[in-house]
Design a protein around this ligand. Structure first.
Ligand code: NCD
Length: 321
C-alpha cells in the first residue's frame, strides 16, 4: 500500500508540465485499479488513513470539488471543504496568510483552485504539505488532463499515435493547456480547432496543427474534445453571437461525421448545450464518454493523492531520521 512509487517523484501536483511520461503512466495505472474499487459496493481503501485533506476552492466548482472530496473519503482521509467565498479572503486577508493559517492546522494534502494563473504554485512554496492544483486561471488543470488521458486510454486501448482534436475556446482554457502538454508528451497528433480569436497562433508552439474549420479539422480524428466557452474569462468581442458560434463550431452530427466512425466525444463539463455541443451527441452513449470522464475523475484523484501521500510520508520520515 505505502510502497514508494516506482517513477512518481513529485512533492506536489501543480501541472502536467513537470511530469515525465513514466510518471503519467504510473498515475494512470494506479487509477485503473481504483476504477475497479469504485465499482464495488464496498469502496474503502486506507491509502490516506490518518491524513487530513483540505479543499480550498476560490472559484466555483461542482464536479471537481465533489470528485476530490469523494476521492479523499474513499481513501480514508479526513476531508474538509473550506467555503472560500465566505472566508477571510473577503475580509482582505491575502492568499498567503490564509495558506499559513491552514498550514498551522497540519494538513497533509491541500487541493486548491484559484482564478489566478500561478497562485497555486506560489502557495505550494509556503506550506509543508502536498499541494494539488485543481485549476489555476488559464494555466493548468492537471487532474482534468489525467482523467481525460485515462478515459482515452480505456476507450482506445492506447494513449499514443492518436489523432486528437481539441475544439473551441482554447485561449481561455486551462483544460486545453494541460491536455496539450500531456497528449504531446505521449506522442499524439493534436489539432486545435476554433475561431482565430479563441485559438491564438502561438499555440502552434505546442506542436499542434491549427484549423478554423470544423469539417476540415475533424477529418479522421480518433478523439473529439469539446471545450466550454469560458464566458467568465472573456471581456467581450471573442465571438459574433452564440448562434453563429454554434453554427460554425458547435459539434453536431454533420460535423462529427468527418471524424473516424469510432471516434469518441469528450467534454470536461459543465456543458453549454446548443452552444458548443448538440445535446443529442452529448447524450449518445455510443459516441460520448462524458460520463466516463466523471467516473475516471474520482479514480485519477485517488491515484494522484495516494502517490503524493507516499512521497510525503517518506520525505517526513527522512526529515525525522
Ligand atoms: C473545467 C475548469 O474548471 O477548468 N471544469 C472542470 O474542472 N470540470 C472546465 C470549464 O470550466 O469549462
Amino acid at each position: 500500500m505505502s510502497d514508494a512509487p516506482t517513477y512518481f517523484r513529485q512533492n506536489h501536483l501543480l501541472g502536467i508540465e513537470p511530469l515525465h511520461p513514466l510518471e503519467i503512466t504510473e498515475i494512470l495505472d494506479l487509477a485503473d485499479s481504483y476504477v475497479e474499487l469504485n465499482r464495488q459496493t464496498q469502496k474503502h481503501a486506507d491509502a490516506l488513513a490518518g491524513l487530513t485533506q483540505i479543499n480550498m476552492f476560490f472559484e466555483n466548482s461542482t464536479r471537481t470539488q465533489a470528485s476530490f472530496e469523494l476521492a479523499g473519503k474513499r481513501l480514508g482521509a479526513d476531508v474538509m471543504n473550506m467555503a472560500m467565498q465566505a472566508s477571510s479572503i473577503k475580509k482582505g486577508e491575502t492568499l498567503i496568510d490564509t495558506a499559513m493559517t491552514l498550514n498551522a492546522m497540519h494538513p497533509d494534502l491541500l487541493v486548491v483552485r484559484h482564478p489566478h494563473s500561478g497562485a497555486v504554485d506560489l502557495l505550494s512554496q509556503k506550506v509543508n504539505c502536498a499541494v494539488l492544483n485543481a485549476g489555476d486561471g488559464k494555466h493548468e488543470h492537471p487532474t482534468q488532463a489525467l482523467l481525460d488521458a485515462l478515459t482515452i486510454r480505456r476507450a482506445k486501448g492506447r494513449l499514443h499515435r492518436l489523432n486528437i482534436a481539441i475544439c473551441g475556446d482554447i485561449a481561455h482554457s486551462r483544460v486545453a493547456r494541460s491536455n496539450l502538454i500531456l497528449l504531446g508528451k505521449m506522442e499524439n497528433r493534436i489539432r486545435l480547432i476554433g475561431p482565430p480569436t479563441l485559438v491564438p497562433g502561438h499555440f502552434a508552439e505546442f506542436g499542434a496543427e491549427i484549423y478554423d474549420d470544423m469539417h476540415e479539422g475533424l477529418k479522421d480524428v480518433d478523439v473529439v474534445m469539446m471545450l466550454r466557452l469560458q464566458k467568465e474569462r472573456m471581456d467581450g468581442g471573442f465571438i459574433p453571437s452564440e448562434r453563429e458560434y454554434y453554427h460554425r463550431f458547435g459539434l453536431d452530427a454533420d460535423k462529427l461525421a468527418q471524424a473516424k466512425p469510432d471516434a469518441i466525444v469528450m467534454h470536461p463539463g459543465p456543458m453549454n448545450r446548443g452552444v458548443e455541443i448538440d445535446g443529442t451527441i452529448a447524450d449518445d452513449i455510443n459516441r460520448s464518454v462524458i460520463q466516463e470522464q466523471v467516473e475516471m475523475g474520482v479514480a485519477v484523484r485517488m491515484a494522484a493523492m495516494d502517490l503524493l501521500a507516499r512521497n510525503l510520508r517518506s520525505r517526513r520520515q527522512g526529515e525525522a531520521a
